[in-house]
Design a protein around this ligand. Structure first.
Ligand code: ADP
Ligand code: ASP
Ligand code: MG
Length: 439
């Protein structure tokens, strides 16, 4: 069975929901993972903000506006009064539930419940639409099988067992619909897999059922060779190795959630990125083969902080790096890039929650300097070290960009540059010019 995930824009209007329904009803059973309609989760975040600030007027107005949008979509989507009424009743109940939070204490726990409503609503709407059109559609409630453990990692054994039980109970369905993004945590509370996490849901579902393929349907024809939001004339990359796609997703290619590749890779399930607006386009396939001797794509990760620790005695001081890394570990702060010299080490982090404490501890070992507002530019492809010339091509593209750090050789698939965020666009454009244009 295949798993197909449709993102926010793919279900962003009545028209789009109808298009997705047409696309998925091809006679073969499949699991369909849906995001909330586009803009919904952002609005739910906004509502939560009002609720944290105890501004119930602001919250109510935003809830009412969002509800109004849904009423219009429902009016347009269903042909029969029966299904219109069924859906209205259901969706109204979700909005009334959100309204109850204007009266009580609002904490992180309630926020997660509010954030979950978008996917609960979009899947209910799709399910009713399919049923109205005679499709035997069955809902697989994500809150009944998708779970994280005490480390906020997916509890894969639980997911597999509970999802399989749900499937066994509902044999012979044409389509199984389920929510992306939402889950329960180790304490059985409603939780989520982080913003953009529906991709992750799809790959966890795919891994749990050993799917034949995981498809991520979105608003663009596959993974492009650079970020289309900053660079013109980007082009789709047709094939990527799991490792290449994972690097790109981690380093900012928004089309994929950073963690979504791992479950697919571990189970050797191909991931296909496809365009809902152009279903016939080939998209990108991600699997365990690399197109050799080729740079595939560039991505950028924002909000990076670089920290340099200089110690005159580093050369002789074995154990220095361990001590430095232990400080980051003790504050549960992961490091993205590392470069070393005889006198010091530079690292980058994206989580600055404990920056002050980290800096205080690091100062015991040497002189510390910090550069904020940086960006990691990641060039991805077959960069195995015996392939001569590829890293120098990437370097050439950076000739006019002030580069703070360079990292190469950590994997066979990437070379990373750390630059100021104000130079990000120039760096991305220059890399496209040197690496992809006229090739
Ligand atoms: P969805 O709502 O379907 O999950 P997203 O907005 O999360 O969609 O991801 C798709 C968007 O990712 C595209 O519209 C595009 O602007 C952006 N994007 C950033 N980098 C890339 C890339 N390298 N290739 C394709 N899309 C990218
Ligand atoms: N709806 C969630 C978000 O906007 C999850 C997703 O779209 O993947 O982040
Ligand atoms: Mg997304």
């Amino acid at each position: 069975m295949k798993v197909l995930k449709f993102g926010g824009t793919s279900v962003g209007s009545a028209r789009r929901i109808k298009d997705v329904a047409k696309l998925i009803c091809d006679g073969t059973p499949k699991i369909v993972v849906l995001s909330a309609m586009s803009g919904t989760t952002n609005t739910l975040v906004e509502i939560s903000d009002y609720l944290y600030k105890k501004n119930s007027d602001g919250a109510n107005e935003t809830i009412n506006n969002l509800e109004k949008k849904y009423m219009q979509v429902i009016d347009e989507l269903y042909a029969t009064e029966e299904y219109k009424q069924k859906t209205l009743k259901d969706v109204r109940a979700h909005f009334d539930y959100i309204r109850t939070f204007t009266k009580d204490l609002f904490t992180l726990f309630e926020e997660k419940v509010v954030l979950a409503q978008g996917e609960l609503i979009s899947t209910a709407m799709m399910n009713y639409y399919l049923l109205e059109n005679g499709v035997n559609s069955v809902m697989l409630p994500a809150l009944d099988y998708m779970k994280t453990d005490k480390n906020s990692e997916p509890d894969t054994a639980y997911i597999k067992k509970n999802l399989q039980e749900l499937l066994d109970k509902n044999k012979n369905a044409d389509i199984y619909i389920t929510q992306g993004y939402i889950c329960r945590n180790a304490y059985n509370e409603v939780d989520n897999l982080q913003r953009g996490g529906s991709d992750y849901s799809a790959s966890l579902v795919g891994a749990a059922i050993r799917a034949e393929e995981i498809q991520i349907w979105t608003d663009i024809d596959g993974m492009h060779n650079n970020d289309p939001r900053y660079v013109e004339n980007t082009a789709p990359v047709r094939q990527l190795h799991f490792e290449e796609a994972a690097e790109l997703a981690y380093f900012g290619a928004k089309i994929l959630h950073p963690t979504c590749i791992l479950p697919a890779k571990l189970n050797n399930i191909p991931v296909r990125l496809l365009n809902t607006m152009k279903p016939e386009a080939p998209g990108t396939v991600i699997f365990n083969q690399s197109v050799p001797r080729k740079i595939k794509a560039v991505a950028a990760k924002d909000n990076i902080t670089a920290i340099k620790i200089k110690s005159g005695r580093m050369l002789l001081a074995y154990g220095f790096l361990r001590k430095v890394f232990e400080i980051f570990e003790s504050y549960q702060t992961s490091i993205d890039m590392v470069t070393t010299s005889e006198v010091g080490v530079s690292v980058t982090i994206d989580n600055t929650k404990h920056l002050q404490e980290i800096l205080d501890d690091l100062r015991k070992f040497g002189t510390v300097t910090v550069d904020e507002d940086m960006v990691i530019i990641c060039v991805v492809g077959d960069l195995e070290w015996s392939n001569v010339g590829f890293e120098s091509e990437a370097m050439k593209a950076m000739k006019d960009v002030p580069v703070r750090m360079i990292s190469y050789g950590g994997s066979n698939y990437n070379i990373s540059f750390l630059v100021r965020s104000k130079d990000k666009k120039m760096a991305l454009q220059s890399l496209s010019k040197y690496l992809f244009e006229n090739k």
